[in-house]
Design a protein around this ligand. Structure first.
Ligand SMILES: [Zn+2]
Length: 149
C-alpha cells in the first residue's frame, strides 16, 4: 500500500474511509499517535472517527469468513446404475437378446448380447446411429446402423 504522506501531521488532509459517508472521502487528521493517524475528521460530513484506510470506491462490505449463503443441499447422489440394470433385466426376456453388431438396426429390439459387456438393455435410441444400452457394469453408448465402408 502506498503511503500518502511520509509523516502524517495533524491538520493535514488525508484520504480515508468514512463510515457515515460510506465512501472514501477527504479527511483532516485530528489525532496522531506515534506517527500513526488515529483519528480523522471527514470533510464531507464533519464526523470525527477512527482513521480507516480508503477502501477503493463504493462500499464493499468485507465478506465474512465462510460463505454468506449456505448451500445445504446434499452433494449430488446418483443412483447406481447397477440397480437399474437389475430392474431392467427383470422386465425383459433375456432369451430374445440379439447379438450386438454395430451394423444392425436396434429400433425394435429391447436387449442385446454384447461380447464384452454381456446382456444389455437398450433404454434409448439416441440417434439413427446411436443407442444407449444399460449393461450390468455401466451404461454405454453404442453404434447402430453403422455402414461399413
Ligand atoms: Zn464522512
Amino acid at each position: 500500500m502506498p503511503k500518502v504522506s511520509k509523516t502524517p501531521e495533524v491538520g493535514k488532509e488525508i484520504e480515508a474511509h468514512c463510515k457515515p459517508c460510506k465512501a472514501d472521502t477527504v479527511h483532516v487528521i485530528t489525532t496522531i499517535k506515534d506517527d500513526v493517524v488515529k483519528k480523522v475528521m471527514c470533510k464531507a460530513c464533519n464526523a470525527t472517527h477512527v482513521y480507516k484506510p480508503p477502501v477503493d470506491s463504493e462500499e464493499a462490505p468485507k465478506p465474512k469468513r465462510g460463505r454468506p449463503k449456505k448451500t445445504d443441499g446434499p452433494p449430488k447422489v446418483r443412483r447406481r446404475r447397477k440397480a437399474d440394470w437389475g430392474t431392467l433385466m427383470g422386465k425383459i426376456d433375456q432369451s430374445l437378446a440379439v447379438d450386438y453388431s454395430m451394423t444392425a438396426d436396434y429400433g425394435e429390439i429391447e436387449s442385446i448380447n454384447h461380447k464384452k459387456f454381456g446382456v444389455g438393455i437398450i433404454t434409448k435410441i439416441l440417434a439413427e446411429d446411436k443407442i444407449q444400452v444399460v449393461f450390468e457394469e455401466n451404461t454405454k453408448i453404442l453404434a447402430q446402423n453403422w455402414e461399413e465402408q
